[in-house]
Design a protein around this ligand. Structure first.
Ligand code: PHE
Length: 441
């Protein structure tokens, strides 16, 4: 793989990395996780975990990928010959495949909403938004077709290769989405009774402070930063040696926190002002967005544009997920990109079928008292990602000599010291304690 593509510019890389990070994690998952876990406390823990654990590990992933310049498994093998570190790559491949299996289901829901928005049937005329969502996700034919279509879109982009596909798509959709969110935020906070939603987000109810919430917030930080599953290792392997990784990682983390909070500020004021419950679960954003757009002039039209932008944000993340699976598939075997993309996408689609049907015909099928969808979400988010992040942290902290990591860090000595202390001790210990406490709680 000597002629691998590289990102044409630093800004191209930041956009691609931010595009991979910012997706359903910040916009769909963050609000409903905050909504079901006490709001403010969850948000506080999420920010804490992002800054002090997620960000340092993101920097570690950038280092490993850029030094390796190969798919995760071969990057680890080359940098630690004869040692088992490369298994982090396997874990990442399994985790990203599983995440994509349910991510594509939610991507499918977005497609369903886009189709309805084109006929202006999402808002107005007394639409019951809760019933609308429940009907869509319970319809087996629709969810499966939508999920398959979403996978197909992801597949086509990944097959086209890194530069053309990823860089182009990420660059101009993200800023547009930002602007839309800010406008929606203004509409939402000016609704009567919106203040309750702001309080829900920022006035802490400490009774929610426990190991379980901590683990969920940690998982959310990893999920929304794309950390712990080698996705950022994969992206950074296309990065050239002259780019600064610390500032790229800081940018990604800030944008991610910003969009998450903004999504909350669009959703929660409206939840309270319009008399909904914050504890809707996965449907929260799909129910609340049309409700907010109904309050906006020409909302029926703007919601169409909005969901198209949301689709793009989702696709820049789904291609990152598939890219991990495929790059490992190509790296390990003598697969061509095209073959690997088709084989893995088909597999992921099939694994995702029970998740797609979890809200309808298979709603009675449970594992550990969770629906299939929730179960896959749980093992990836609360188990695989933290374990992956912990191992990556240890690799960067102890396998790299100080000389190597300092050289790669390319930033101030003080920041380097803080980073090293975190990846060596604070992050691994915190992750281990949170994992163990919450599993045996
Ligand atoms: N961070 C992405 C999101 O928030 C999801 C993701 C996780 C992407 C892991 C790649 C790797 O939507």
């Amino acid at each position: 793989m000597s002629s691998r593509d590289q990102f044409a510019s630093k800004i191209g890389f930041i956009f691609a990395a931010a595009g991979s990070a910012i997706g359903l994690g910040a916009i769909w998952k963050f609000p409903y996780m905050a909504g079901t876990n006490g709001g403010s406390v969850f948000i506080f823990l999420f920010i804490l975990c992002t800054v002090f654990i997620g960000l340092p590990i993101l920097i570690a992933e950038f280092m490993i990928g850029r030094r390796g310049q190969k798919d995760p498994i071969n990057s680890f093998k080359e940098q630690a010959p004869g040692k088992p570190w490369f298994m982090i790559g396997w874990l990442g491949q399994a985790a990203t495949g599983l995440i994509l299996s349910f991510y594509s289901v939610v991507g499918g829901w977005i497609l369903s909403y886009i189709i309805r928005a084109t006929s202006m049937s999402l808002t107005g005329n007394g639409v019951d938004f809760e019933a609308l969502f429940t009907d869509i996700i319970a319809n087996p034919v629709e969810v499966l077709i939508a999920q398959a279509t979403f996978m197909l879109i992801t597949l086509i982009i990944v097959q086209a290769g890194i530069k053309r596909g990823i860089e182009v798509a990420s660059k101009w959709m993200m800023p547009l989405l930002f602007i839309f969110f800010i406008l929606l935020f203004i509409r939402s906070v000016t609704l009567d009774g919106a203040i309750e939603g702001i309080k829900f987000m920022f006035v802490p109810d400490w009774s929610y402070l426990n190991a379980e919430t901590f683990l969920l917030a940690l998982g959310q930080a990893f999920f929304s930063l794309s950390v712990g599953v080698s996705a950022m290792i994969t992206y950074a392997s296309y990065l050239s040696q002259k780019e600064k990784i610390v500032s790229s990682a800081v940018n990604v983390a800030i944008m991610n926190i910003f969009i998450s909070i903004l999504a909350g500020l669009v959703i929660f004021p409206a939840v309270f002002a319009l008399g909904y419950s914050p504890e809707q679960g996965p449907g929260l954003v799909f129910i609340m967005l049309p409700a907010v757009f109904e309050q906006v002039p020409f909302g029926g039209f703007f919601i169409l544009i909005f969901f198209i932008l949301l689709l793009f944000a989702t696709i820049t993340s789904s291609i990152a997920l598939l890219e991990v699976v495929v790059s490992i598939g190509i790296g390990e075997k003598t697969n061509t990109r095209k073959r690997a993309t088709w084989i893995y996408s088909t597999l992921i689609f099939m694994i995702g079928i029970p998740s797609a049907l979890s809200f309808g015909v298979m709603s009675d099928f449970t594992i550990m008292e969770k629906s299939f969808f929730d179960f896959i979400d749980y093992i990836t988010n609360s188990i695989m990602m933290p374990i992956g992040a912990l191992l990556i942290s240890l690799f960067a902290g102890f396998h790299y000599t100080k000389k190597i990591s300092k050289e790669e860090f390319q930033s101030s000595p003080l920041l380097f010291k803080i980073w090293l202390t975190i990846v060596r001790y604070i992050a691994p210990i915190a992750i281990a304690v949170i994992l163990i406490r919450s599993i045996f709680a």
